[in-house]
Ligand binder design. Sequence first.
Ligand code: DC
Length: 220
Amino acid sequence: MFSVAIDGPSGAGKSSVSKAVCNAVGFRHIDTGAMYRALGYAAVKSGVDVSDEAEVQAMLDKLDVNVKFDDEGQKVFVNGEDVTGKIRTEQISAMASDISKLPCVRAFLLGLQRKTAEEYNVIMDGRDIGTVVLPDAQLKIYLTASVEKRAERRYQELLAKNENVEYNKVLENAIIRDKQDMERKTAPLRPADDAVIVDTTDMSFDESVKMITKLIKERM
Ligand code: DC
């Protein structure tokens, strides 16, 4: 199987670019951020204090997190509930970043992530795919862009969904999340030593898709 790992900070376009590239090359897209978001959703719903690892572990012990794939792509389920459409809010973004710091959470999701990559050609996106989850991926990409550009894209996305937000708040949240994701002890966000760095600050969406599709075709 051919595996592509795409890591990078929030808002770099990992998910949307990965989806489009998957359509072009016929691969399956696995969005690991959605799995962390699903756990963030579960924590919000059950009122768990995510700074208390024992409390989070107790929640995980009773939790079933699963993914399914259909024509629209990946769907994430928490105890049978399809949460795919409910995990893209600013609240869940912050919660996912908080909860993803915990080693017990990372261990909980690792098996699920590796299992989904076993029988298919995949593009898996996240923060530690090239460094931890799929260290033998045939192609590793670190997709990034300036924090201002990423916040702007996220802001436009939220506006389109009629969410009432200010650009400055989105930028502030992006800076906090970057710091948290890059400075945590377990599986911090960083490019794998053998990753190709793709900076999309001045690239259009189509240019990013073309470039990554080309990298995959060359490597195959
Ligand atoms: O990619 P995303 O914005 O949907 O991810 C949400 C959060 O999940 C992000 O702040 C960090 C965490 N995450 C992670 O720690 N490791 C991954 N492989 C994917 C996401």
